[in-house]
Design a protein around this ligand. Structure first.
Ligand code: DGL
Length: 276
């Protein structure tokens, strides 16, 4: 790709979760064009091995590059934890050193000082993200005085992917992981929703978390970080097209994607099915 070639921002997630990030991108940066890609046919990624998450994510990034995206955001903590670094360090220099792939974990951690007063942070995430210890390790680098407790919530993504987030049956599993993490560190004052699916469970999560603790979805933090990144990188900003459009792509059947995505975005979605 030559530097003069322009294109949309690619937004990738294993399934629907990245829509909670896209929603905030479009609110804060409505003038840009976006291609959203959900690998719904192979979601969830949360229990998959490092190798598979990397392989699937690399395929998705390549696909978005082929569609002309100069910039791709991995709007998925699991992919950010397990694949981002390899893609940035090993793949990008070979594929095209002028393109960029960014994740969601670092932009979230950078904002911790303004979120916590006790310095005790809880991170609710998929088993894959928790196993990688990315939140703990990145926080140690930036804010060594803080204490991070991570808790895997393996049932939460399936609840969301199956449209059960608002159902009474979800309460048991929502409460189970919240009680467990607060038992592990009662001084937590900030709970990060470290999986982009989890904002869909926000009303239930909020109901089971004591009021003194803030529950923090990532969408706004990541969107503000992207805005700041584009301001600091005019060479990338000038390569992004601005017609305010969004294309939705899924590896699953479109009728299912359209139905569930419309719930996430509260507006109609019309997707195209693509092979990866
Ligand atoms: N939404 C993704 C995340 O932020 C992953 C969900 C999954 O596929 O397990 O981790």
């Amino acid at each position: 790709m030559s530097l003069s070639e322009r294109g949309p921002i690619g937004v990738f997630d294993s399934g629907y979760g990245g829509l909670t990030i896209l929603r905030d991108f479009r609110r804060l940066l409505p003038e840009y064009d976006y291609i959203y890609l959900g690998d719904n046919a192979r979601a969830p990624y949360g229990n998959r091995s490092f190798e598979l998450v990397y392989e699937f994510t690399a395929q998705a990034v390549n696909h978005l590059f082929e569609q002309g995206c100069p910039l791709v955001i991995l709007a998925c903590n699991t992919a950010s934890a397990k694949a981002l670094r390899t893609i940035q360090v090993q793949d990008l220099p070979e594929i095209d050193p002028t393109r960029r792939v960014l994740g969601v974990i670092r932009p979230t951690i950078e904002r911790l000082p303004e979120l916590t007063t006790t310095g005790h942070i809880g991170v609710l995430a998929t088993p894959g993200t928790v196993l990688s210890r990315s939140y703990t390790l990145e926080t140690e680098k930036l804010f060594p005085e803080m204490k991070v407790t991570e808790k895997a919530c393996p049932m939460w993504v399936p609840l969301v992917e199956n449209g059960e987030a608002d159902m009474p049956g979800a309460d048991y599993f929502v409460r189970k992981y919240i009680d467990a993490i607060l038992l592990e560190d009662p001084e937590i004052d900030t709970l990060i929703l470290g999986c982009t699916h989890y904002p869909m469970l926000y009303p239930k999560i909020r109901a089971y978390v004591p009021e003194r603790i803030s529950v923090v979805p990532q969408g706004n933090l990541v969107a503000e970080s992207l805005k700041d990144y584009l301001k600091r990188h005019p060479e990338m900003d000038s390569r992004l097209t601005r017609n305010g459009t969004t294309i939705y792509e899924t590896t699953e059947a479109t009728f299912k994607f359209d139905t569930i995505s419309s719930l996430f975005l509260q507006s109609p979605v019309s997707s195209v099915q693509i092979p990866l």
